[in-house]
Write a protein that binds this ligand. Structure first.
Ligand code: FAD
Length: 117
């Protein structure tokens, strides 16, 4: 890709970050230890302070206060992440994602087999 070795813009940064966040949630333990929950929470709080788009980071911090992460298990964390992303989608006038399909998108691959190779 032509610009793949250049500094990233806001949208590329966003897509890369969502790749990491949704995949992190999709691989979160089904039975997390207290320590797993603390690591995930610390990561999100840290990211919300260092995310290199200041106005995005500010909204992210507000959102985390209003909607603390649900770290009970993989499914709940993935659903929480999906809803968090949907709040950003809504703010940006993008379509909402169907959170009942979040594990298909980020863990199993679509049921139609389009991710199989
Ligand atoms: P993205 O929104 O990047 O989504 C990537 C892919 O994720 C989609 O193609 C879809 O397959 C999947 N997806 C979409 N929605 C969901 C969901 N709800 N759950 C699971 N999967 C989903 N940009 C701004 O301009 N202003 C901001 O304030 C801003 N705040 C941000 C805050 C955070 C924490 C992050 C990570 C990003 C933020 N961004 C912001 C970037 C923005 O969210 C998008 O990443 C960017 O606009 C590119 O959008 P996109 O349409 O390519 O898809």
């Amino acid at each position: 890709e032509k610009h793949s070795d250049c500094p990233v813009d806001k949208d590329t940064l966003g897509r890369s970050t969502w790749n990491l966040l949704h995949t992190m949630a999709a691989y979160f333990p089904d039975k997390p230890k207290k320590e797993d929950q603390k690591s995930a929470e610390d990561f999100l709080v840290g990211l919300s302070k260092t995310y290199p788009c200041p106005h995005c980071a500010e909204d992210f911090r507000e959102d985390l206060k209003k909607n603390p992460p649900v770290l009970k298990n993989r499914e709940d964390f993935s659903k929480w992440m999906c809803e968090m992303h949907n709040r950003v989608n809504e703010k940006l006038g993008k379509d909402k994602f169907d959170c009942s399909r979040v594990m298909e998108r980020w863990y199993e691959g679509w049921k139609d087999g389009s991710c199989d190779y």
